[in-house]
Design a protein around this ligand. Structure first.
Ligand code: 1HE
Length: 264
């Protein structure tokens, strides 16, 4: 582990080979996101970006992955509109730092992934649910609005109409239905951590530049008008598809020493 890991109070970081395992470690408050927790995620993922990790798994201590905004802190702080606007901008910075850390980020989810917890999880590239996992946006019921990027990331995952329904009615999704609507890509009968580690190890076999292009390029291109998107895609492909690691892998394919893409 690099020495310059920032001080951590709400998370733990361990290494499993070239995979970083980040644990949300505020189980007594169901991993609710206080302002200080968000600052820690900003600093930690800036460090992750500079690390040589091949992929990252994010898991949580305790029965709940993340209960979202620290509602008690928010209530006690008696924030002004402008205070909370600045808080939201730090949430955006933290989740952007996760999404664009350059490495595949896989969430090993459990229990509630709600409100800001779903905003956090939607910044991961792959989400794996276990049988206890459920997703909801209880903002309407709490008399608040999403402020950590859900209007972009969750709406992209599930579509605007479904997100409006989730916020108005508090509708909960879990299991295969959560996969079907796009909230997670996997729902497993066993441990979400085991599956997330398996996915992370697989993804970490790709060249780092390819993983950077995949984990950031698709999201950025999705914000562009089609003509600009095609230009950006060509540019990214120009750089990625001519990298030394790609030349080696294509030579192996030509020489019939590379694995084929087969069904199962
Ligand atoms: C919290 C929080 C929290 C728990 N902020 N402290 N998020 C929500 O609306 C979800 C609110 N939380 C819950 O509905 C439940 O806590 C759970 C279903 C997630 C878990 O229930 P449970 O029975 O396991 O735990 P608990 O007994 O409710 O809570 C245990 C402790 O965690 C308790 O503290 P204690 O000091 O009394 O022991 C709770 O107060 C504390 N806790 N959740 C603060 N969220 C940028 S905008 C984002 C907008 C949103 O995120 S809205 C969604 C907010």
């Amino acid at each position: 582990m690099a020495d310059d890991l920032p001080p951590l109070h709400f998370t733990r970081v361990e290494r499993d080979g070239n995979i970083l395992v980040v644990t949300l470690d505020r189980a007594d408050k169901r991993n609710a996101l206080s302002a200080a927790f968000i600052e820690e995620l900003c600093a930690l993922f800036e460090w992750v970006r500079r690390s040589d990790a091949g992929a990252v798994v994010i898991r949580a201590e305790g029965s709940v992955f993340c209960a979202g905004l620290d509602l008690v802190e928010h209530h006690l702080e008696d924030r002004s509109a402008s205070d909370f606007m600045h808080i939201c901008r730090r949430w955006h910075a933290a989740f952007d730092a996760i999404q664009h850390c350059g490495k595949p980020v896989i969430g090993a989810l459990n229990g509630a992934v709600v409100g800001g917890g779903l905003e956090l999880a939607s910044s991961f590239h792959i989400r794996v649910a276990d049988p206890t996992t459920y997703f909801a946006l209880p903002e309407g019921q709490r008399g608040i609005f999403t402020g950590g990027g859900a209007t972009v990331r969750v709406a992209r995952l599930v579509g605007e109409a479904r997100m409006v329904d989730m916020m108005l009615t508090g509708r909960v999704y879990a299991g295969d239905e959560a996969v079907a609507v796009g909230l997670c890509q996997y729902s497993v009968a066993g441990s979400s951590l085991d599956k997330a580690l398996e996915i992370a190890r697989k993804a970490a076999e790709n060249p780092p530049l390819s993983n950077f292009a995949i984990t950031s390029g698709i999201a950025h291109i999705g914000n562009m008008p089609a003509n600009d998107a095609f230009f950006a895609e060509a540019f990214i492909a120009g750089v990625t598809n001519t990298q030394p690691a790609s030349v080696e892998r294509l030579a192996a394919f030509m020489n019939k020493t590379a694995p084929k893409t087969l069904k199962s």
